[in-house]
Design a protein around this ligand. Structure first.
Ligand code: 8YV
Length: 314
């Protein structure tokens, strides 16, 4: 008998679907199922694994309704949508998909930074609106070269971003709570880093420990000439403070791929020329998503074959 698994979300490629359908008895559900729904209650007792996305994760309630659960495989590097302590207590494994998305996410952080600093969407709108032949005024942008990039969260993705920005001629500084490589580049605090940096790129993990780490004080320390890029999680920024600061010029510009209440983006941002908005697409390339899908499935296969998990979190 094939193990029975829940596959949550609607991001699965035909390749992933074919792989899981071959190895498992699959129940595809677009969102998080809720106990009490007859169709779910009928299968819940037999579910031994959940394959889920980084943003959906699993809820405590879902875990409580799956008595036979052995493993949660997350398609993504961030596991902030998964109650890790609860799952560890129950002896349930959790895996994620690190490394295979690092380069594409780092490329995207640089894309957002350049787009915000050089105001790419504004220039695109300028041309489309016929403002060029009309000689409408256009102000000059700023360079990256010679500026200080502050990286918050100096893990795999943060370091990959740093490497790229160094090649643009930027000076790299960083902050994270734990000591990291190149200690001479680590600022004493996030607030200090924001004061020392022209551009801040957020690469830290989400979750309760980093919630609203970037508040009004950090935003104001970055200042009217500063640029903020967030490819981490919406939860790491006090979004209301960010919107207000962008609106009244206390922060220069921002490039945002993630938001507090995805897919809902504060409507106040839509009217602002100093912000670039994208729909959580850092790893959204054919290559990264293919590799993430394969790794997420490989973790499930290894578990049921009794092999070591390729990329365990717990
Ligand atoms: C995806 C992500 O949006 O890896 C992460 O943590 O946020 C993204 O790559 C998501 O996990 C896709 O399932």
């Amino acid at each position: 008998m094939k193990p029975e698994i829940l596959v949550l979300g609607s991001v699965w490629s035909p390749e992933v679907r074919a792989q899981v359908e071959q190895a498992f008895q699959c129940h595809f559900v677009p969102g998080i199922p809720v106990a009490g729904q007859p169709a779910f209650d009928a299968i819940a007792g037999g579910i031994r694994a959940v394959l889920t996305t980084g943003t959906l994760g699993v809820t405590r309630e879902l875990v409580a309704s799956l008595p036979a659960l052995e493993i949660v495989s997350v398609h993504g590097v961030g596991v902030d949508a998964v109650p890790l302590a609860l799952l560890a207590d129950k002896g349930i494994h959790v895996t994620n998909t690190p490394d295979v998305l690092t380069d594409d996410v780092a490329d995207f952080a640089v894309t957002l930074l350049l787009s915000a600093v050089r105001r790419l969407p504004l220039l695109d709108r300028y041309v489309r609106a016929g403002a060029w032949p009309a000689k409408a005024p256009l102000t000059q942008a700023r360079s990256l070269k010679g500026k200080v990039a502050g990286i918050v969260g100096f893990g795999r993705i943060g370091q990959a971003v740093a490497q790229r920005l160094q090649d643009f001629g930027m000076e790299i500084r960083y902050y994270q709570r734990s000591p990291g490589p190149a200690p001479e580049r680590r600022s004493a605090s996030l607030l200090a880093l924001a004061g020392e940096s022209d551009m801040l790129v957020l690469c830290m993990p989400g979750g309760p420990e980093t919630r609203h780490m970037v508040g009004l004080d950090v935003i104001e320390a970055l200042g009217p000439e500063g640029t903020l890029v967030n490819i981490a999680r919406g939860s790491v920024v006090d979004e209301a403070a960010l919107v207000a600061a962008l609106r009244d010029g206390r922060l220069g510009a921002a490039g945002l791929d993630v938001f507090e209440d995805e897919p809902n983006v504060p409507a106040a941002l839509f009217a602002l020329d100093n912000v670039v908005l994208t729909p959580h697409v850092g790893s959204f390339t054919v290559e990264a998503r293919r590799a993430m899908g394969r790794l997420a499935v490989a973790n499930l296969l290894a578990h049921f074959d009794g092999e070591p998990l390729p990329t365990p979190v717990i």
